[in-house]
Design a binder for this molecule. Structure first.
Ligand code: GDP
Ligand code: IMO
Ligand code: MG
Length: 427
């Protein structure tokens, strides 16, 4: 059996956690391949609600092996807290595997993330403040600390000294902050080493062996297509590649092994943090979407910005990721609107544009052109097949499918594991 990638088609928080969990019992492995604890993936099982930040959603499926791949940046303190929290709720985490090549977030990454945002003032990105950008910057700059470095104290000291030499200069002289002591970080991180050692392994080898045996590997993206550092709304993006190509580099699985790429897309749009958002609603309609959808960040608790569905973004996600399917989430949140606008094109400097503009300046100036569809008023949470839905809800899905460019193979009608209409099985 091949590998399947699940990714966010918009700006994150599309419901990737729920979608991954739904397929969990069919998968032998569920893998996080990028991002870190900037992610917040919610899974609702019966009356239990779990918010996962670093652990793959497969951790909640007993038959499945959860994997943190090489492309992830790990804050060990957060990881251990998350493991502890789940253990206290009776979730077994002993099968977890962590790539020895994954990079570590350290206290100086968190500090630099926060102070550099403060210094950006109005131009700030609105990061989660978890040290994600600075940790990836060090990785690319070849001064990062990896999981395997924890198991070699002299290398760890050497690398920390190397990294902190520059960082302390910047912290003290540019940001007017205290320097960070190598010894303190070394002691803390050596403490993590013994706890993390049993989980650490060559996850690329593990996953490729599983694929060779015909087992199903699910690759769970975090963030979303428009937060991708290459393909998103740069600089208002995260510092990794959530898009489908990132699944291959971030897990050590060749692209030929991936045969399905599922884009998780909300029936409307949200965004956390700064940056352009053409369909954003800054009025009572936006407030209503936020209230009805519970649109407050799983990680930072920030109110999410809200707006209507944007078909240009969906088409772009199909193109960049080679999406084979969409999983449309939160359709139930749209219940009760008389009319539901859908953005089908932009007007930029007086001209109609049908694809996401290649220039960021144009994107900032894009005004949505809407088609309005008739809404529905019946509660749809108990629908389990398309024919259970009101006619207008079915028409809305069909219209989105036509203008977005890939089939809507599953529809979310509530946060619960079973609150889903499966139109076409993914596996
Ligand atoms: P993720 O980061 O993509 O995993 O998404 P989040 O967990 O941050 O945000 C999605 C929110 O929507 C969570 O609170 C989910 O429980 C919830 N959710 C997911 N699918 C649906 C759905 O179809 N309907 C409703 N009402 N809520 C959903
Ligand atoms: P999940 O996986 C929504 C946003 C931040 C900020 C930008 C950069 O739950 O969908 P970072 O801390 O990554 O350097 O912040 O990216 N962001 C997210 N927005 N969902 C997420 O994750 C996000 N992870 C980062 O708000 O705008
Ligand atoms: Mg989230």
């Amino acid at each position: 059996m091949p590998a399947i990638v699940l990714i966010g088609a918009q700006w994150g928080d599309e419901g990737k956690g729920k979608a991954t969990d739904l397929l969990g019992d069919k998968a032998a492995y569920v893998v996080r391949y990028q991002g870190g604890n900037n992610a917040g993936h919610t899974v609702v099982i019966g009356r239990e609600k779990y918010a996962l930040h670093l652990l793959p959603s497969g951790i909640l499926t007993p038959s499945c092996v959860p994997v943190i791949g090489n492309g992830v940046v790990i804050d060990p303190a957060v990881l251990l807290e998350e493991i502890k929290g789940l253990n206290e709720r009776g979730v077994d985490t002993s099968k977890l595997k962590i790539s020895t090549n994954a990079h570590l977030i350290t206290p100086y990454h968190r500090t630099i993330d926060k102070v550099s945002e403060r210094f950006l003032g109005k131009a700030k990105i609105g990061t989660t403040g978890r040290g994600i950008g600075p940790a990836y910057a060090d990785k690319i700059n070849r001064i990062g600390i990896r999981v395997q470095d924890l198991f070699d104290p002299s290398i760890l000291r050497q690398k920390l000294e190397g990294a902190l030499r520059d960082k302390n200069q910047v912290l003290i002289k540019v940001f007017n902050r205290k320097g960070i002591e190598v010894d303190a970080v070394l002691a803390e991180y050596l403490g993590f080493a013994e706890i993390l050692r049993p989980y650490a392994t060559d996850t690329s080898l593990l996953l490729n062996n599983a694929l060779d045996k015909g087992e199903l590997v699910l690759l769970e993206g975090s963030q979303g297509t428009l937060l991708d550092v290459d393909h998103g709304t740069y600089p208002f993006v995260t510092s990794s590649n959530p898009t489908a190509g990132g699944a291959s580099t971030g897990s050590g699985i060749g692209p030929t092994k991936i045969n399905r790429v599922i884009g998780i897309v909300k029936a409307y749009t949200t965004r956390v943090g700064s940056g352009p958002f053409p369909t954003e609603l800054l009025d009572a309609a936006g407030e209503k979407l936020r209230a009805d959808g519970g649109e407050f960040g799983t990680t930072t608790g920030r109110a999410r910005r809200t707006g209507w569905y944007d078909a240009l973004i969906a088409r772009y996600a199909v193109r960049i990721n080679g999406l084979t399917d969409f999983f449309l989430t939160k359709l139930d949140v749209l219940t009760g609107w008389e009319k539901i606008p859908v953005c089908v094109a932009y007007e930029i400097n007086g001209k109609r544009v049908d694809e996401l503009p290649a220039s960021q300046t144009d994107f900032h100036h894009a005004k949505p052109i809407y088609e309005s569809l008739p809404g529905w008023s019946d509660n749809i949470s108990s629908a389990r097949k398309l024919s259970d839905l009101p006619e207008n809800a079915r028409a809305y899905i069909k219209y989105l499918e036509e203008i977005s460019g890939a089939p809507m193979s599953a529809i979310g009608v509530g946060p619960g594991r079973d609150e889903t209409i499966v139109v076409k099985d993914f596996v």
